[in-house]
Write a protein that binds this ligand. Structure first.
Ligand SMILES: [Zn+2]
Length: 130
């Protein structure tokens, strides 16, 4: 779901809070997969048999892939949330996160790939985030 759809449904603060929670859950997932991969590699008997070597490769590859994927999700989601949150201050009255979404469209010039026009609920100033 694009950030503008989520902001329209839940509001900016709830969207931002959810992004922080989800991204940190990905961080925990990556850390746990790294720990579990290490534990599994310690207990696999791989020197005596081909099955052990295959299990070692599966555990190492699967755990490494999950850790890498979780790290990428964490860093992308948190980075995007912080990037958009940095634009949530009204340029007119400096109020933070009191905005309503007016319209949004695809725009490759923005980091999120979307440009959303928003209006300040305090003073009515409009600007674009994305
Ligand atoms: Zn304002």
């Amino acid at each position: 779901m694009d950030f503008d759809h989520a902001i329209r449904e839940r509001g900016f603060r709830r969207w931002y809070e959810r992004q922080l929670i989800e991204s940190h859950l990905w961080l925990v997932t990556g850390f746990l997969s790294l720990v579990m991969m290490g534990v599994a590699l310690e207990v696999v008997e791989y020197r005596e048999s081909l099955d052990g070597k295959i299990a070692l490769m599966a555990v190492g590859g699967g755990g490494g892939a999950l850790c890498f994927y979780a790290w990428r999700r964490f860093s992308h989601q948190l980075g995007l949330a912080e990037h958009i949150a940095a634009q949530a201050t009204c340029p007119g009255c400096r109020v933070y996160a009191r905005l309503e979404l007016l319209r949004a469209k695809d725009d490759a010039g923005f980091a999120s790939g979307r440009a959303a026009d928003v209006r300040c609920r305090a003073c009515g100033q409009t600007w674009t985030i994305g």
